[in-house]
Design a protein. Structure first.
Ligand code: URA
Length: 232
């Protein structure tokens, strides 16, 4: 059991004072009854709590998918740049959200934002083998040396990369599947073949593909089913 104002505060942006005012205005219901005091004890597992006509869902963690546009950095705050958290709806701002993994400032596509540290660790750990798939465009012709090199493990300054898949899809385009996420990894891997990456988009994590209807800059919660696809 916990205090009603604390419980509401953990799921919304309302302060204790806001909640007190809402209670005064008879805008808070517990199990269908108007609440008279904001410090009564509630059980968030069992009690039905409605604020301003909206039922609170009491989620321990949230899992958001973002279609990251260019120009945003994968951080929670930054002195000079906009961060991916600037694209998250106000209603999640009270949570300690962070991006699970990084995409470069000029990379677009699927990014997961959550407050569940263990989940983030699991999907990023190379030991868990959760693959990340990218569409890539380079400045020179794709070639079979690159395909073989990626498969055998490209040597970077910080050590040999795990075997990766490069599938050529056009003269300058391909799909890359990685199971690790090192700093500027794809750019550095192509750099070993004298190529510069000009466009990079993450399209898939695990078995979950960036939905076609999630426009650039848009963010929404995962469903349970979609989260399972990420983990698999
Ligand atoms: N590899 C890169 O070089 N950049 C990214 O943003 C992701 C993978």
């Amino acid at each position: 059991m916990e205090r009603l104002d604390k419980a509401i505060g953990s799921q919304t942006n309302y302060s204790r004072k806001d909640i007190k005012d809402l209670v005064k205005k008879k805008q808070v219901l517990v199990n269908g009854e108007i609440v008279l005091k904001s410090d009564i004890k509630v059980d968030v597992e069992k009690d039905n709590i409605v604020v301003l006509g909206e039922e609170l869902a009491f989620k321990k963690y949230v899992y958001l998918m973002l279609n990251k546009p260019k120009g945003y950095v994968s951080a929670t705050e930054d002195k000079s740049d906009k961060t991916v958290l600037d694209l998250v709806s106000e209603k999640y701002r009270h949570r300690n959200l962070f991006p699970a993994g990084r995409l470069d400032k000029d990379t677009t596509g699927l990014m997961i934002i959550t407050d569940d540290g263990e989940f983030a660790h699991n999907i990023l750990s190379p030991k868990k083998h959760i693959s990340k798939t990218y569409n890539v465009t380079i400045d020179i012709d794709m070639n079979e040396d690159m395909v073989l090199g990626f498969r055998n493990g490209v040597n970077l300054l910080d050590g040999e990369c795990k075997s990766a898949v490069l599938e050529i899809t056009g003269k300058h385009t391909g799909t890359v599947i990685l199971t690790e996420g090192r700093y500027h990894q794809i750019k550095r891997m192509f750099g070993c073949f004298g190529a510069k990456v000009v466009e990079l988009e993450r399209i898939k994590m695990g078995n979950f593909s960036l939905p076609n209807d999630l426009e650039l800059g848009m963010c929404r919660e995962f469903t349970e089913e979609e989260l399972k696809q990420v983990r698999s």
